[in-house]
Design a protein. Sequence first.
Length: 679
Amino acid sequence: MISNTIIFQELNGQVVVDNGLCRIIVDLASGLTEFEWNSGSRLSSAYSAARFKEQYVVSTEYSAHKLAVSDTHMIHDDFGTGCRFSVVHSAESLPIMKQTFWLYEEAPHFFVQVELESKSEALETNYLSPLTVNPASGSSAIYLDGEVHELRALLIPFDNDKWVRYQSMAMPNKLESYEVTAIFEPVSRKGLVLGSVTHDTWKTGLQVVGCEGAAVHQLEVYGGAAGEYTRDSLPHGSLIGHTVVSPRIFVGMYEDYRTGLEEYGKANAVIVPPLQWEHGVPFGWNSWSAAGGELDYELYTHTSDFLKSLYDGGFHHQGTVYINFDSFWTNLSQEQLQDAVRHVRDNGQKPGIYWTPFAFWGKDFDGVVEGTDGKYTYRDLLLRDERGHILPELDGGLAIDPTHPGNLMRTEWHLERFVRWGFEYIKLDFLGHGALEGMHFDKGIRTGLQAYNLGMALIKTRLDPKVIGRPFFINLSIAPMFPHQYAHSRRMSCDAFGTLEDTAYMLNSLTYGWWMNGTLFPFNDPDHTVLYKSFNQASTMLSEGRSRLNASLIAGTVLLMGDDFRHEEARTRAGDWLSRPELLTIAKTGKSFVPVEGNTDAGSDHVFYQMTDKNCWIAVFNFNKDETVEKRISIERLGLPGNTTYWLHDLWEETVLQSKGDISVRLKPAESKIFKLVQ
């Protein structure tokens, strides 16, 4: 007995730890581990693995497997009360492999980590797998209780670059997800959620191999992922030391995989708290989709004046509106820039700026790096491989080494200027360049994520309100999902403009990434919300523009408009749509809606909802631009009693209808609706 609810036993060659919801069973004869849940679900034949000296070694190959008594004890930490225990695998001529488990009271999840230890010589590895499952041929690695009609696994991208999509892939299939995945039955929603909760060193890959009969044949969770999806041209960096530790992995079985993903997000927030924001949801405007490279002083100040006219209609939050420069703010002279900031402040608004800290866009490698007093050129700062070659371009730019002293000086110089000029919001873009694997100036930095953490920590420190004396909102645009603690929001998708296709693309990210809102980041960012047209697209239908706004309202959300309001139609739509209190209230909650279904392949769900104490809010979309469709919303799938009479408030049409049972909604081409369902 180790606590009131956790039972610990070493009996008949097995270590068994049970919290009443989840049971971990380690067989000390074979080195295999079984994970069982009280629902009847299980994960079978698990082990750990490592690569070093061109060897692939698994824990089951070791000759001895013993409980580390000195590492077994009761713990009290931010997760609660639990048990931490380790199993040591040893063999002649092999480094010690130690698996460590954490199991807490009343939790359907646990954590597992593996480390290698050698007292005689330093180890070098770029691959550690805390959890691999590869049962005997014909067996499934994962068993979900109940009848399983279909089994799906999520491909969650490492970042949001190159218009990448989340994918819900039906088994049999083979996929590699990054940092986290869910393997679930879409009808019952029962599922297993696995993911890394430490993001200081490793990029984590999760490989799922399905087989016939809605089963998973192989599962591999490992630190050391590098390739097309992580944007790397080099293998993952190697760690060196007498002890090398893997990422810590969250493993949980849930009646609803959506709950599991939210709990996974919360677990990350316990280990590294998110960057807090207590000044309301950012409302405002961003210049990119309105102007692109043609940004000028007149557009910026005109937008400020126009959005000021919408203040009385409610387009602000806690009195705040941001007017944000995107790329090409350098088109303005220094005098224009300062005058533009003054103009925005005189209108009672806050100015925002844009910067790419880890990407070089120029062609003159010998140009002096700003802020370094002539000490460094950009040739010095560029990230290289082990032969000294500059890494290939990514998105048209070259990667800057975040650890180079010239880049640290450059970062200090830029951020000091932004603060001194009066900006209070920054959009940081193309951050994936800073997480690329390469040979870093700081030789203590061995991996891309270590370098990224160093560079981002400096930005966070220099923009800390305690340092600069005022709040400063930090937004990540194109960026890895993790680490999360350096910003108040992160864009959910790659660029999304104003068309229906853009809306559906962004909502694909919401369908499988809603859970980051309020866990990893205070807000999700659905990108600039184009009501009429962007600089690079034709004008949109009314229904398209409204759907783009609806998608942003439910994203949980940074609500930045993206039109050139010198167009009359853009002003008309904004004047009408951005003065509707109930719609704006949804955005002001800063809380994401949840998808109803998770079986959309690489597409988006059509129905999202949010439950409050009194009401249920429902958003439903028609992604067909040519046809009217009839959408049926299942009351049961919303988790509501079906035999109750409800009042259905259409927030756009401002109508109220009585409803009982499933809801049938007729949507015109590209149309969407938001309802408030009141009992």
